[in-house]
Design a binder for this molecule. Structure first.
Ligand code: BGC
Length: 814
């Protein structure tokens, strides 16, 4: 304990009260210790502080703030210094708004490219995500503002995110889904960790003792606050016993009451409660000590947002050196997104940005000779023959056509997943029409995640702008004109088609569970092992200059697993303009008893080089760089043998290599051998993992094999009751309700409806701040199970409406 003397002065009731929020965004303070209440707020790519004084015309309902590029974009910078700077900048905005904890970053792995929230996550690779997250956290916390790394853990889909049970073996968790959290916890010590909504191997993450007490606290040494995701609490006493510290939002005294009862009953020990209250005292002290006055310059922060975007966007194609645009060239700018950019995602990370620029204006400001055609209706995702003809005609008479396309708002959001990897057909039709009229067609692609690009062969260049924040228009323009040389590289694979994805057959699972049958084969780990062609590989991105790699050296040819290995090599800018290169190092286990991915990222560095300049990059490898996680010893283990160090500009272009031998110092370790029981893993044949093979990997029977008609309980969602006559009626009424309150905003409507139908009934109680009562919840369950009449249903639906407004991401927006 850090504060035993303070704990001793608190009554049981006072301690219990501290473990549940004061309201949606505040924690209780402790008056007698002169520790005022503190406020937390979303993030993470801008501040979404709930605006108490919102005027009715301001539908965003959060205070204006600078909007930075989202995580899928910033990860493509592979630039820890840049993420540190972004963190510092955000920290200043938090201080100015008296926010003590910024709720982010999100570091969940991109198991499938269609997860609706992938724009808010960094990568498919845990090493990269961990390093980038640690830098961001250090930046924010250097200003005396805390962070909340989220969503811990194995929350890799939006579908049924509040009820689904993620079934995944320990090795896969340790190697893929946990290390980004681990790196960030060990290197940056976030003030808080936010647990995920879902269950993990049977227990809600909020009350998963293995995840919180064992992995996070015991194995990684984490000593700070674990906060529930908003509404993720199940049983607070179980949560506290399992290592959770704080329920958010507060439950109007209900959580505190339950804790007091549990301690009195003897089902929760007071020591366990004290340990968690200790975390909260420490947080209140840190937060209050650091909440200094701060003013910031909005324009300066806008500039930082632009620089981050410029260093993150990825040039995917550049045939015949069509980019940068030649001075004096006439340019036809096509597509409504050139004027109304898609620059951020939706849900809890949505920022009320006031200074959004667009590429069209930025191009005019740069003095380019541009004409504009709308091309499609962005809101409705449609085009028409006249719009297509106008675009083609215009393109025919200019030197270059720059077409702005991508994923529009309705496609991507917190709360629901995408159905596939397509973009609106109207955008595809537009590119095809323009490319047929002018061979010099450049595409600027927006969106937070990979898309299929059947039109790619028809265009000469593609700039992937991702969701570039409020300054994305200027950033795109500076990259197109060459004022800035592109240097981003993909932090995720762009597959040829969605069905190639390793989780394709297992995502998003069934009503109660999702099985991670593909195991460690996520992203390039799968594509490269199974030799599946991809459209653009992990780590790929072009520049207006070229780089040459040479001189790979390793400090020793043979090491013990307790030694470190120094790897150095040279990178030279062999082109004529200055630029930055992201050098990547992968390790391949040449021969292994256990199945392993073909190679894994274990180091990287971004280097900035003038034309002709050469630099030496030095990276250090340690045991973890060579190890796999051994479930027999519950520890990392290196199998003695030869490994290849591979270095180069992308996961599929690794010109330098060296072989080293690593000798294990561990004695008598039995390496799990699934060759007989689960052979498909040894050939990465992950689309065909049988029940028997998955059970062999899990080491236990697969749960939920007996899917029957659901009996609706407080932990069920309304979606589960969709098959019952009452469920159908209630769900239809809710759909109409949300259509009405979302005011004609289709993505808002989709998000609200998905959330309402997918949250557990128990959450309506805590999220409605008393409007939806426990009695109503029980009554609803009865009605849905055909055991009651529809009496009082109007009130119940009204209560659900209130509760949905209380879900974190929607709170400020209604
Ligand atoms: C989201 C979190 C967010 C919280 C508060 C939840 O629904 O999953 O990421 O921080 O709401 O808005």
């Amino acid at each position: 304990m850090k504060h035993p003397e303070l704990l001793a002065q608190l009554t049981l009731e006072e301690k219990a009260q501290l473990c549940s929020g004061k309201d949606y965004w505040h924690l209780y303070g402790i008056e007698k210790f002169n520790l005022p209440s503190i406020m937390v707020s979303d993030g993470p790519h801008g501040l979404r502080k709930h605006n108490d004084k919102k005027d009715k015309t301001d539908i965003m309902g959060s205070v204006p703030a600078v909007c930075f590029p989202t995580a899928s974009c910033t990860a493509a910078s592979w630039d820890e210094d840049l993420l540190f700077e972004m963190g510092q900048t955000l920290g200043e905005e938090c201080l100015a708004e008296k926010i003590s904890v910024l709720l982010g970053p999100g570091v969940n792995m991109k198991r499938a490219p269609i997860c609706g929230r992938n724009f808010e996550y960094f990568s498919e690779d845990p090493y990269l995500a961990g390093k980038i997250a640690a830098a961001f956290i250090k930046g924010v916390q250097s200003k005396g503002v805390g962070t909340s790394i989220k969503h811990f853990a194995a929350n890799n889909q939006e579908a049924r995110r509040m009820t689904v049970d993620t079934i995944v073996d320990e090795r896969t968790l340790r190697e893929i889904y946990l290390p980004a959290f681990e790196t960030a916890v060990k290197e940056a010590n976030p003030w808080t960790v936010m647990n995920a909504y879902n269950k993990l191997n049977g227990d809600y993450c909020a009350e998963n003792a293995w995840l919180l007490n064992k992995v996070l606290r015991e194995d990684w040494g984490y000593e700070n606050v674990v906060v529930t995701d908003w509404g993720a609490e199940n049983e607070i006493d179980k949560g506290i016993a399992a290592g959770q510290s704080l329920e958010m939002p507060g439950s109007n005294g209900l959580g505190a009451k339950k804790l007091v009862e549990a301690v009195k009953r003897g089902t929760l020990s007071e020591e366990a409660l004290d340990a968690r209250v200790d975390d909260i005292i420490e947080l209140l002290m840190n937060a209050n000590d650091n909440l200094t006055e701060c003013e910031y310059d909005k324009d300066a922060h806008h500039k930082v947002a632009r620089e981050i975007a410029e260093n993150s966007m990825v040039l995917l194609k550049n045939e015949d050196g069509i980019l940068p645009l030649k001075p004096g060239a006439t340019v036809c700018v096509i597509g409504e997104m050139a004027k109304a950019p898609r620059y951020q995602g939706a849900g809890s990370s949505q920022i009320n940005a006031k200074n959004v620029d667009c590429a069209y204006d930025a191009m005019l400001n740069e003095g380019l000779r541009v004409v504009y055609c709308r091309g499609y209706d962005k809101q409705q995702n449609i085009t028409s023959l006249p719009l297509l003809q106008e675009a083609a005609e215009c393109a025919r008479h200019t030197d270059v056509a720059v077409v702005f396309i991508g994923l529009t708002e309705i496609y991507e959001s917190e709360g629901f997943d995408r159905e596939n990897l397509t973009i609106p057909q109207s955008h595809v039709d537009l590119v095809n029409a323009v490319a047929a009229a002018n061979k010099n067609t450049v595409v600027v692609l927006s969106g937070g995640a990979p898309v299929e690009m059947p039109w790619e062969p028809r265009v000469k260049a593609i700039l992937n702008a991702y969701l570039g924040g409020e300054a994305s228009g200027e950033a795109v323009t500076n990259l197109l004109t060459g004022k800035v040389n592109p240097s981003g590289k993909l932090a995720e694979t762009y597959p040829v088609k969605f069905s190639d994805n390793p989780a394709y057959f297992y995502f998003p699972g069934s009503r109660r569970s999702v099985e991670y049958r593909e195991s460690v084969y996520v992203g390039y780990r799968y594509y490269d092992t199974a030799n599946v062609p991809v459209h653009f590989p992990f780590g790929y991105g072009l520049s207006y200059t070229n780089f040459a790699y040479s001189g790979l050296k390793v400090s020793k040819k043979k090491i013990k697993d307790t030694d470190t290995l120094t790897v150095s090599f040279k990178v030279k800018n062999v082109g004529s303009v200055a630029g930055a290169e992201i050098a990547q190092l992968y390790v391949k286990d040449n021969e292994s008893t256990i199945f392993r991915p073909e190679k894994e990222l274990k180091g990287f560095q971004k280097v900035f080089l003038a034309p002709g300049e050469e630099t030496t990059v030095t990276l250090t490898l340690d045991k973890r760089s060579f190890a796999y996680y051994n479930v027999n010893i519950h520890d990392w283990h290196v199998e003695t043998g030869k490994f290849t160090i591979l270095v180069g500009p992308s996961s599929r272009d690794l010109p330098l290599s060296a072989e080293v031998t690593v000798e294990s110092t561990a004695k008598d370790v039995v390496i799990p051998d699934l060759r007989e029981t689960a052979p498909a893993y040894y050939t990465a044949n992950v689309h065909e993992i049988s029940d028997a093979a998955f059970e062999a990997l899990l080491g236990r029977p697969i749960p939920y094999q007996d899917e029957d008609t659901p009996y609706i309980t407080l932990n069920s969602s309304l979606e589960e009751a969709d098959g019952t006559p009452a469920g159908k009626k209630i769900n239809a009424a809710l759909v109409s309700l949300f259509r009405a309150i979302s005011g004609g905003n289709p993505s808002q409507e989709k998000m609200m409806t998905s959330m309402a139908l997918q949250i557990p009934i128990r959450c309506f109680i805590s999220m409605s701040m008393g409007v939806f009562t426990e009695d109503m919840a029980e009554g609803l369950c009865k009605i849905l199970n055909g055991e009651g009449t529809m009496q009082g249903i109007g009130k119940i639906i009204g209560g659900i409406g209130e509760a949905v407004k209380g879900i974190g991401p929607l709170m400020s927006s209604i």
